[in-house]
Design a protein around this ligand. Structure first.
Ligand code: ADP
Length: 170
């Protein structure tokens, strides 16, 4: 039977930290489903379609041999409901620090009660990416900082375009 892992996030935008976790998920599962959370109350920097395209571009650049193992989908309700619906047995989460740990342990506990057949697996962030968050990447992009150590090339280009266009419009 195919072992399906589910990795959810906002990926707004995808960072090298997300890609490290994707690499770990690829080691653990036959199929890795990347689920982009759509929160109607939150206005993302990149649209769902843009985030799909950035994830695709990043995966093509970083894991060209694993493209067939990865699906990208949207979800707008409880992530555990979506994970169950697609038949996942593993929830992948990344852990950067103690703040992530406290939140993620609570989330894992609640998810286990909601779906006992699905287990959370934590992948620790690597030293070179543990300081990274999409929020900080967006802030650095706003101020035209150097993004090359934080995101794949395709994301860096999209961030530069996004903020150059915004400047041109305002
Ligand atoms: P962010 O927190 O960067 O906005 P998401 O909300 O998309 O990212 O996070 C989804 C998942 O990815 C969470 O499990 C989070 O801990 C993990 N994650 C995000 N950034 C990193 C990183 N730099 N290293 C390890 N895990 C990460």
């Amino acid at each position: 039977m195919q072992r399906i892992a589910f990795y959810a996030g906002s990926f707004d935008p995808p960072t090298n930290g997300h890609l490290d976790i994707i690499a770990g998920g690829l080691n653990l599962a036959d199929k890795l489903v990347l689920a982009i959370g759509i929160h109607h109350a939150k206005q993302p920097l990149f649209s769902f379609e843009e985030r799909v395209s950035l994830l695709h571009g990043s995966i093509e650049a970083c894991f060209p041999d694993h493209i067939a193992k990865i699906d990208i989908i949207a979800f707008d309700g409880l992530l555990i409901d979506k994970a169950r619906e697609i038949g996942a047995k593993i929830l992948i989460r990344g852990l950067r620090d103690a703040t992530d740990f406290d939140y993620e342990m609570r989330l894992a506990g609640m998810n286990k009660m909601l779906a006992p057949g699905i287990d959370t697996i934590f992948i620790p962030a690597q030293a070179r990416t543990r300081h990274l968050s999409a929020t900080l990447v967006r802030q650095i992009a706003t101020m035209r900082g150097d993004l090359s150590s934080f995101v794949p090339g395709v994301v860096r280009t999209a961030l530069i375009d996004k903020f150059d266009n915004k400047k041109a419009i305002s």
